[in-house]
Design a protein around this ligand. Structure first.
Ligand code: PEP
Ligand code: MN
Length: 366
């Protein structure tokens, strides 16, 4: 009896190897089809073809498996081939971690973002409002060790009658303040025609949440050599966000930093919901540095510390925060910008003052 089982098992072992060989051959053919489909811009999933194959298989089913079992077995095989084709396709994306294993480090002026570098803090007002305001914030944040300054000169505002930013004058004022205090300057560009102006005044171009899928802007900024901070759209999937970055890389600009800034959900206690898993996913799926904007995510001062801790704990390469000399009279985002004292407390409570010392040491060597 034992000998009989042994010999039947030996036949099964042989069949397993034959099946494996056949499955591998089938997978290679599916890959070849997938490559042709990709070249033609066609989808890899063809439900009609899949249905036809299942019908042919159940029609030829000799038993003992039921038709349902045969279908389920082959569906598994179809799915495995599809996964293979998708993995292959991903390898062709410039943003993909499978195309580029090592972390990309983006240099903004003397400040390195990503990889093993100390996390950066991008701080500054929501909008540049006056020479006095921008000077006060730049002086204060620089004195605390900040190396990257933010401030909007062209503001994307929901209400067309609200403050739209100082435009060119704002860029000039912030550039001067940053130069006085040794800060690199990042500001949002909303229109491709303003690129020459931005190239003259900023160290990093920000693409805001509302423009994340403005493909004309993405292509223009992708042709620039300035580093880019690409915010996630308020209703964009991680894939859409990464594809927006792909536009920039595809146009030849490899210096892209992603920024999660909260997405719109049903929750009303916060302005947006910080999607921490998106930060982890973006780090897994791409090789680009990822920042977390804690100001726009929660839209609440009392969440700045915990959201910063969460962002850094999940692997963010830095944080963005809005600071204003007197938020109560700010021309935008009054509710969530912090004053100087609150900013100092924030640095203490998050432990960022230590991280800033590390960063300053990296940038200036002291
Ligand atoms: C900003 O950072 O100034 C801004 C407008 O942010 P977001 O595009 O993320 O809303
Ligand atoms: Mn703002």
């Amino acid at each position: 009896m034992d000998g009989k089982i042994q010999s039947l098992r030996a036949r099964i072992d042989g069949l397993n190897l034959q099946l494996l060989e056949l499955l591998s051959e089938r997978a290679r053919l599916a890959q070849a089809i997938g490559e042709l489909q990709s070249a033609m811009g066609l989808s890899h999933y063809d439900p009609v073809r899949e249905q036809e194959m299942l019908e042919a298989l159940t029609a030829a089913n000799p038993g003992p498996f039921t038709d349902a079992t045969v279908k389920s077995l082959f569906k598994q095989i179809f799915q495995a081939s599809m996964q293979l084709e998708e993995a292959e396709e991903k390898r062709h994306y410039l943003t993909s971690r499978s195309a580029h294993r090592a972390d990309t480090v983006v240099e903004v002026g003397n400040v390195a973002i990503g990889g093993r570098h100390a996390p950066v803090l991008v701080a500054g007002p929501c909008a540049i409002e006056s020479a006095e305001q921008v000077e006060a914030v730049a002086a204060r944040v620089a004195s605390r060790g900040v190396t990257l300054f933010r401030g909007g000169a062209f503001k994307p505002r929901t209400d067309p009658y609200s403050f739209q930013g100082l435009g060119e004058e704002g860029l000039r004022l912030a550039r001067e303040a940053c130069d006085r205090h040794g800060l690199a300057f990042v500001s949002e560009i909303m229109d491709a025609k303003e690129l020459p102006l931005f190239e003259e005044h900023v160290d990093m171009l920000q693409i805001g949440a509302r423009n994340m899928q403005n493909f004309t802007l993405l292509k223009a900024v992708g042709r620039s050599r300035k580093p880019v901070l690409l915010k996630r759209g308020l209703a964009a999937t991680v894939e859409e966000w990464v594809m927006a970055a792909e536009y920039l890389l595809n146009e030849g600009n490899p210096n892209v930093v992603l920024c999660e800034r909260g997405i719109r959900t049903f929750e009303r206690y916060t302005r947006n919901t910080l999607d921490v898993s998106a930060v982890a996913l973006a780090k897994l799926e791409t090789h680009l540095p990822v920042l977390v904007d804690v100001t726009h995510s929660g839209g609440r001062r009392d969440l700045l510390v915990p959201l910063t801790k969460a962002g850094l704990a999940i692997g963010a390469d830095g944080i963005m925060i809005e600071v204003h000399p007197n938020p109560a009279v700010a021309l935008s985002d009054q509710k969530q910008q912090v004053d100087f004292e609150t900013f100092d407390r924030y640095l203490e409570d998050t432990g960022y003052h230590t991280k800033l010392s590390e960063k300053r040491h990296e940038v200036y060597g002291f």
